[in-house]
Design a protein around this ligand. Structure first.
Ligand code: NIG
Ligand code: FE
Length: 388
């Protein structure tokens, strides 16, 4: 079955060979979808025929958002903690343990329903690829079940047993690292693609983070790192040294950190929802882009530091507060996320790519930042199937 989406006012391909600039922009365009894939992209006037036809009525079409950083397997919420922060209390990540307790107490069905709710909520807002971490179980059984549940919803699953030291190991952090790199890894590796660690004061230091990431890599898991979120530290340098796909947060960076990212394939994934919801200073995207680093934008959706599934919201904040142009932010939320997940089949609308498409109720992708907070989703196709 083939589908012609025609009369596209403005098409973001993220493929410079198909249009102008880094976004590969094309006006008066059309896209042909065959099965799960993009078959053709070009001017509407020269589009081939297809079984079905969809009139985009001059609106903007772009690749579905790639949210490369989310923590969706959890129970409960932390409204009280958010309220306290908005009255001046600082974010410490200590609330992670509140969510750990609620998550351990939840049934498999409750956790699965929560993941489905957030993936669906994200899809309605144009997110067609979402990464999902464990990290609110912190026992062998609870981490493995989190990943089993996540894997039913996305192939981009990340083992984050090293989120914080489990409460049972408060007096024995080394023992917890042994568990994370031993029995817990054995139970989780079959369900995960990635391994992640929260490298931060109060969580795991550089040596512990290295142990977690190298143990994961030995089991075939690819590294990514929660790095330099709350303070300066070794996370970014470690991520680059180990060839991690992504260093996430990147809020406190030295010039050496920026240079290391710029000289590497490690994507700097920025998560403005976290700074928004913790009332912290935003990361400096401009500094990273000017240095030549690849930047991704993601939601970090979790009940503590960033309870949003909206990539459009993150993109608007990045434009307003982090020095990004709307074009750069749209690129970071699509192609950037794909790079952070080492995916070449999503985040782009070139022939052969996955037919993940977001049609906006707007004439241009710029409206995502220009019209903040406005639901602009007109339609979404995932793997060629109309989903919204
Ligand atoms: O990415 N920084 C560590 N983990 C999450 C926050 C988790 C929480 O507060 O529950 C983050 O922001
Ligand atoms: Fe996170």
């Amino acid at each position: 079955m083939s589908l012609l989406i025609t009369n596209v006012g403005s098409l973001v391909t993220n493929d410079p060979s198909h249009g102008t600039g880094p976004l590969g922009l094309l006006a008066d365009a059309a896209v042909v979808v065959e099965g799960e894939r993009i078959a053709w992209v070009g001017p509407a006037a020269s589009a081939p025929a297809a079984d079905e036809r969809f009139d985009a009525a001059g609106r903007a079409l772009l690749p579905g958002f790639v949210d490369s950083h989310a923590h969706l397997v959890f129970a409960g919420d932390r409204t009280a903690e958010f309220n306290a922060r908005m009255s001046g209390q600082a974010y410490t990540a200590g609330g992670i343990r509140t969510t750990v307790a609620a998550t351990r107490a939840a049934t498999d069905a409750e956790l699965d329903a929560n993941v489905l709710r957030f993936v669906t909520e994200a899809l309605r807002q144009g997110t067609t690829t979402v990464e999902c971490k464990s990290g609110y179980g912190l026992t062998v059984e609870d981490e493995a079940r989190a990943l089993r549940i996540a894997a039913a919803h996305t192939p981009e699953t990340t083992y984050l047993g090293a989120h914080v030291v489990a409460p049972e190991f408060a007096d024995d952090p080394a023992g917890y690292v042994d568990l994370v790199t031993g029995a817990m890894l054995d139970a989780c590796a079959p369900h995960a693609r990635w391994v992640d660690v929260f490298c931060e004061r109060g969580a795991f230091d550089g040596d512990q983070a290295r142990a977690v990431l190298t143990a994961g890599a030995k089991r075939g898991l690819l590294p990514r790192v929660h790095a330099n979120q709350l303070s300066y530290g070794p996370g970014v340098q470690l991520a680059v040294e180990l060839g991690a796909a992504s260093a996430d947060h990147c809020t406190h960076l030295t010039d050496e950190d920026v240079a290391a990212l710029a000289g590497s394939d490690t994507v700097a994934t920025l998560l403005p929802g976290a700074e928004f919801s913790t009332r912290a200073a935003y990361p400096d995207a401009r500094r990273l882009l000017d240095a030549g680093a690849t930047v991704a934008l993601s939601t970090d959706c979790n009940p503590g530091s960033s309870f949003t599934t909206s990539m459009a919201f993150c993109l608007a904040v990045a434009v307003r507060e982090m020095g990004m142009t709307p074009d750069e932010a749209v690129h970071a939320a699509t192609a950037g996320g794909a790079r952070a997940l080492r995916r070449t089949d999503v985040g782009t609308l070139a022939p052969g790519a996955c037919a993940d498409l977001l049609l906006l109720d707007a004439p241009s992708h710029v409206h995502l930042a220009y019209r903040p907070g406005v639901p602009l989703t007109a339609a979404v196709w995932r793997a060629g199937v109309r989903a919204v």
